[in-house]
Design a protein around this ligand. Structure first.
Ligand SMILES: [Zn+2]
Length: 288
């Protein structure tokens, strides 16, 4: 989990398998991969204990209805309920040991949730409930802890659901824009976010590319603060407040894109929805 925290700091919301998760973490002189892309439930060969190390859900799995107030529902592997993967999943419940839940955000990319605990097991329904826990303690050596307080749990489940949704939204929006900022065309993946055009009230719904813009960190923040706007005709506008401000190299980064055409996705189907842009642009115009 410490190694995963480092990867998260390096990559942000989504971590690639190739070059990051697949390389694994050092353990007893070898390297252990975090997951096996072919398997939902994964127990590493180097492990001595019986419990699973990680589980994963593919990007195509419908997930909106697979979450309850207490956690994410996770199905047993098909076949015998006592086959090795299912045993590893249930051992994580019996022993109350933490695992990592990898949500795929697009092929080859994952949002890890850790620590996570198998908080309930229903062999008849062939389902477990996976509840996020917390890392607590000193910053260089935090310990995973399960949350027993139902109110705390519910809060963490809600928050995790929103984080997974945001990561999947990014996993759709950023590639649609060929991994560049729609305003300044910056192509540094680690600095790119998916910005919502209008806020997402139904945060469990399908993330919609047409409600997103791929923006670099500066332009995302500026868009959220209505310092830049995008017209329904796909033209970038910089707020009057900024345009009239004193010059400076950083300010030029923002002002220089006034009246530039927004970069749009290759597929017209993925282009930002003009109606949503119009609603958002009206707010920008009022405020600037
Ligand atoms: Zn930018």
């Amino acid at each position: 989990m410490a190694h995963l925290s480092v990867l998260e700091a390096e990559w942000g919301a989504e971590i690639p398998y190739v070059g990051a998760l697949g390389k694994g973490f050092p353990f007893r002189g070898a390297r252990v991969p975090f997951l096996n892309r072919q398997k939902g439930i994964y127990r590493a060969a180097a492990q001595r204990g019986p419990a699973a190390l990680s589980i994963q859900t593919s990007a195509n799995t419908p997930y909106a209805d697979a979450v309850t107030a207490d956690g994410f529902l996770y199905a047993y592997r098909a076949g015998d309920i006592d086959q090795p993967d299912n045993r590893a999943l249930r051992a994580a419940h019996e022993l109350r040991v933490p695992l990592v839940y990898f949500f795929s955000t697009r092929p080859g990319w994952y949002k890890p949730i850790f620590p996570a605990y198998v908080s309930a097991d229903d062999p008849t329904a062939r389902m477990v409930v996976v509840t996020p826990g917390e890392l607590r303690g000193p910053i260089d050596e935090p310990e995973p802890v399960a949350l027993d307080d139902p109110i705390e749990r519910r809060y963490v489940v809600r928050e995790t659901k929103a984080r997974v949704h945001q990561a999947r939204f990014r996993g759709r929006v950023v590639p649609a824009y060929a991994s560049q900022c729609a305003i300044c065309r910056l192509k540094e993946l680690r600095l790119l976010d998916a910005a919502h055009i209008v806020s997402d009230v139904e945060d469990a719904g399908e993330p919609s590319v047409q409600n997103g813009l791929s923006l670099c960190a500066i332009h995302h923040r500026a868009f959220d603060q209505n310092l830049v706007g995008v017209s329904p005709g796909y033209v970038v506008h910089v707020s009057r407040r900024l345009l009239e401000d004193e010059d400076g190299p950083m300010l030029d980064l923002l002002k220089g894109f006034h009246e530039v055409r927004l970069a749009t996705p290759k597929r017209e189907l993925d282009w930002p929805d003009p109606e949503r842009l119009e609603a958002r642009f009206a707010r920008f115009s009022d405020l600037s």
